[in-house]
Design a protein around this ligand. Structure first.
Ligand code: SAH
Length: 343
């Protein structure tokens, strides 16, 4: 029988599984404590669990982990980690330090299927989904490497979280639970290019987590040209699923809008975006495009950025501009590509 990575299981799942091996369910909380609080890497370390039970656990389970390959630090303090997975694939994780919080930007897939034309993540296609353990271990590893506690989590690394919904949801349940990492659901944000099947499931998950939509265009035809996902899930359906999310969770949505020079940075674009933001009572976060090697897109001029922002303000839309962090280590959103292929 193949061993199971115990870090793929939520507390409830672990309780149910060990019951079948005649292990009392309170042991599940004890195991969570060892794995997520004390960061045990082997059952043999768990010295308040009997040797017999440790051996039994060892027969059925292992404690998965990802390995640090490279750590890059930007002059502004942002850090980027390259992790190697057990099958030799690589993923990237970014840690952004701010005064009161440490935000970790986690990957959810190796590669991406969605092929947004401006983004680096999809350039080498899709390889595979990350497991809950591999998602969660980005947080555990970043904490271990830096000694900092991760307070906020954004699913904005490589991959499309809503396309790996089950594993992302399990990892959130694990990271959110008090016995796990205890990261408050309001400190967790999922970002999606608009996979509405995932948005609808996320709406019904019953967590107070945040949803960000990578909108980038308010016109269907133009959005489909930038983001092929829009052909399958056009704006009307995307907006409907956002309305469902708001109704089910009572949370506000953020519309992410990457400004690309001469593509989507005109006043007409700003008005289109304002209409959708108004309809959803959403905040808008403007992100100046960070140029990606091999792509011809450019950042907007400061003037275009200001005009765009001012137009949103004039339209009474709540708008922020994301300051670009970690430029010198290619840590900006959408720059996370498969830097190294499988050996
Ligand atoms: N697939 C999810 C998660 C990725 S988040 C999503 O699309 O939301 C990464 C964010 O960075 C997305 O909003 C993405 O559109 C944006 N992005 C991609 N390439 C970028 C670039 N070169 N500069 C700035 N933002 C970029």
């Amino acid at each position: 029988m193949d061993k199971i990575d115990i870090k793929n299981l939520t507390l409830e799942e672990l309780k149910n599984k060990i019951k079948r091996f005649s292990i009392p369910t309170y042991r599940a909380s004890q195991l969570f404590d060892w794995i997520y609080k004390r960061r045990a890497l082997e059952f043999s370390e768990m010295n308040n669990i009997s040797l017999g039970l440790r051996e039994k656990l060892d027969r059925y389970y292992y404690i998965g982990s990802i390995g640090l390959k490279e750590r890059l630090r930007s002059s502004d303090g942002t850090e980027k980690f390259l992790f190697e997975l057990s099958d030799g694939n690589f993923i990237e994780t970014v840690l952004i330090h701010a005064q009161t919080r440490n935000t970790l930007c986690v990957s959810t897939q190796v590669g991406c299927k969605y092929g947004c034309v401006f983004c680096a993540s999809g350039t080498r296609g899709f390889v595979r989904d990350l497991s809950p353990s591999e998602i969660t271990d980005q947080v555990l590893s970043a904490q271990k490497i830096t000694g900092d506690r991760i307070t906020n989590l954004v699913f904005m690394g490589m991959g499309e979280p809503m396309d790996n919904y089950e594993n992302v949801a399990s990892s959130i349940v694990i990271m959110n639970s008090q016995e796990g990492l205890g990261i408050g659901s309001r400190k967790i944000t999922i970002s999606t290019c608009g996979v509405i099947t995932g948005i609808e499931r996320f709406a019904r998950l019953g967590l107070q987590a945040n949803l960000s939509i990578s909108l980038h265009e308010a016109d269907n035809k133009k959005r489909s040209a930038l983001m092929p996902v829009n052909k399958k899930f056009p704006l009307e359906r995307l907006i409907e699923s956002c309305e469902l999310f708001i109704k089910e969770t009572g949370r506000k949505i953020t519309l992410e809008y990457v400004l690309i020079k001469d593509k989507n940075d005109s006043i007409i674009n700003a008005d289109g975006l304002s209409n959708i933001a108004r309809k959803l009572k959403a905040k808008v976060n403007l992100i100046p495009y960070s140029p990606v090697y091999s792509k011809s897109f450019e950042s907007p001029s400061q003037k275009a950025l200001n005009q765009f922002k001012d137009r949103l303000i004039k339209n009474k839309i709540n708008v922020t501009v994301r300051d670009s962090k970690g430029k010198d280590i290619q840590a900006a959103c959408g720059q996370l590509a498969l830097v190294k292929a499988r050996p």
